[in-house]
Ligand binder design. Structure first.
Ligand SMILES: [Zn+2]
Length: 325
């Protein structure tokens, strides 16, 4: 994987045709942080709306919740449609509220079968496509992410899912098995930082539901991550998926430079309807005290650090001018 990043950096650097000017790269993760984490919670057990979402918000974080679309009720007084009482306990009304606060809702299928055991393509289509359509209708947001029930899938299911989703959870860290204590979970974060990688914790309920963690566990764990805020980007599953896809396909083209300015474009061939997550552009420039970045006459978010200038921009054909002194 590291070789791939190096290769991408080389491609970007190869487009650099001027001397004595900053090299420009697209950061692997937002704000040029070395690591990323997307917390994902499956099955829609009640504590996800009442405990998890508010707790994440306390830390300024957002989570991804994979819901069983066809079993989710509109309000608590509606009949329970699931065999397991903890499945789909959160209602659509609650999910709408959670989404409005910036969290992501993805599909965990229509009714939580083992997809590998389904008999027909039409059943599979129903589980994958109808669940996305219903969630979109209920929460009025695009559904981009899916996590398969029991994390079971094969290549055929994967191919099918790609028709409907751009963020498919194919790798995860099962906290039920791997994080028996806060210390173990925190060690996983440290390994993620050391490995410059992206961890996708898979959890369920808090103090209830399948394989629960405790509220204290989650609070302590999030506090541990927050203390490493400069090193870890925490965001939803599809946001980080889309960022990484854009990052891998982005091209930086330098148009002109001077000793204290640079004009360039950052373009990406992926469809902007889905791939509109701002990328962090890194100008490797030491010693700047201030900087400003402008695109189409509008200022872009910019941060000046000791050895680099970070500019945040959605890929687009319009050129960006950065000036520093
Ligand atoms: Zn599940």
């Amino acid at each position: 994987m590291r070789a791939l990043w190096k290769f991408i950096s080389v491609i970007v650097l190869c487009q650099w045709t001027h001397g004595a000017t900053p090299t420009i790269t697209v950061a692997k993760f937002r704000d040029d942080k070395p690591a990323a984490i997307s917390f994902t919670f499956d099955d829609g057990s009640q504590s996800q709306a009442t405990i998890v979402a508010p707790l994440f918000e306390e830390f300024g974080y957002r989570a991804t919740f994979f819901v069983i679309a066809g079993l989710t009720r509109e309000k608590p007084s509606d009949p329970v449609l699931t065999l397991r009482r903890d499945w789909a306990a959160v209602t659509w009304a609650e999910w709408r509220d959670v989404v409005a606060r910036g969290h992501e809702i993805g599909s965990h299928s229509w009714s939580h079968p083992k997809l590998t055991l389904l008999n027909s393509g039409s059943e599979l289509r129903h589980q994958l496509a109808a669940s996305a359509r219903l969630i979109e209708k209920k929460v009025d947001r695009p559904v981009r992410a899916i996590a398969f029930p029991y994390n079971q899938f094969n290549n055929g299911i994967l191919d099918f899912a790609r028709r409907y989703y751009i963020a498919i959870r194919t790798r995860w860290s099962d906290y039920t098995v791997l994080a028996k204590s806060v210390d173990e979970a925190n060690q996983m974060v440290l390994r993620t930082i050391a490995g410059h990688s992206w961890m996708v914790p898979n959890l369920h309920g808090v103090d209830e539901g399948y394989g629960p963690v405790s509220r204290d566990f989650l609070r302590e764990h999030l506090a541990f991550i927050k203390a490493r805020d400069s090193q870890v980007w925490v965001d939803t599953y599809s946001t980080i998926t889309r960022y990484c896809a854009e990052q891998q396909r982005a091209k930086v083209n330098v148009l002109q430079t001077s000793s204290n300015s640079c004009e360039f474009t950052v373009t990406c061939p992926l469809p902007p309807r889905d791939y509109d997550v701002p990328l962090t552009i890194v100008l490797h420039q030491s010693g700047a005290a201030t900087a400003r970045a402008v695109c189409n006459g509008e200022p872009l978010p910019v941060r000046v650090l000791a050895d680099k200038i970070l500019v945040s921009t959605v890929p687009a054909p319009q050129s960006i001018t950065v000036e520093w002194n």
